[in-house]
Design a protein around this ligand. Structure first.
Ligand code: FE2
Length: 265
């Protein structure tokens, strides 16, 4: 497995990324997630991105690619994602089977690299999967990897991606399944001052905050949305979407969320 991947951004002054997350693809194509056909919704979101923010330098997929973590689901995702003519990087979520993903989602433009060098930026893809729970955990080897990458790239700006929120988002049921060891994560981050943002999925809603000068962001799912602030599972009627990121050479990030029927799609 090649852990590092280098991309030369199309523009000299910035790199452009697409983040899609929580695609929740089912084994049975007729099944829906609370009434949403997740596969069709993913395809519509990708078309929206193609129509509004193309080209990008790379695509990030931040977990829960599968709802049912079986081979046929990852093969179907392989078909959809290889259709995108851009480098794609993924990390696993609580619904995924990381071992199976490494076997299937590891071809053509789809990479398993955990650090991506893109212009003056490093994007780090962390694995917070923890078996038999919807919560997450960063194992010591993952924390060591993060520390090593940060230390080796002091001259770069850094974007860190993972599936689980490292902070509470103010939604009780979601906060009970966030990252179990955020203090270990932030202990590593607090040693450095070149980290610009942390980006995740899992919560199926937009989130934006800041901690010690580091931007914290989460992104709507490509299928069902969860109601912000809800104490228990509550579907939010807002449309599926994605996040577009511009990573400027200056270290500044410009980011926008686009949703299906809210942008004239
Ligand atoms: Fe999740």
């Amino acid at each position: 497995m090649n852990n590092h991947f280098k991309i030369k951004p199309f523009h000299q002054d910035y790199a452009e990324l697409l983040q899609i997350t929580d695609t929740h693809i089912f084994a049975d194509e007729k099944e829906t997630l609370d009434g949403v056909d997740t596969q069709s919704s993913l395809k519509e979101v990708l078309n929206l991105a193609r129509n509004n923010d193309w080209p990008v330098d790379a695509v990030l997929v931040t977990g829960d690619l599968a709802h049912d973590p079986v081979t046929i689901v990852y093969e179907r995702l392989l078909d959809i994602l290889t259709d995108i003519d851009k480098p794609i990087f993924w990390l696993p979520g609580n619904h995924d089977d990381p071992k199976l993903m490494y076997q299937v989602l590891n071809k053509k433009n789809i990479h398993t690299a955990k650090s991506i060098e893109i212009g003056s930026w490093i994007v780090v893809m962390l694995d917070s999967f923890l078996a038999n729970t919807h919560a997450g955990y960063l194992a010591q080897d993952e924390l060591d990897f993060l520390d090593k990458i940060l230390n080796e790239n002091l001259d770069k700006h850094v974007l860190i991606c993972l599936h689980h929120p490292p902070v509470e988002i103010g939604s009780v049921w979601m906060d009970s399944m966030r990252l179990n060891n955020p203090e270990d994560f932030f202990n590593v981050l607090d040693k450095y001052d070149h980290i610009k943002a942390v980006l995740w999925g899992h919560i199926h809603q937009e989130f934006f905050s800041e901690r010690h000068g580091v931007t914290l962001m989460a992104t709507p799912s490509t299928c069902v949305q969860f109601m912000p602030g809800a104490g228990q599972y509550t579907k939010d009627g807002r449309a599926a979407g994605y996040r577009h990121l511009r990573l400027n050479a200056s270290g500044e990030i410009n980011s926008v969320i686009r949703r299906l029927n809210e942008d004239g799609a």
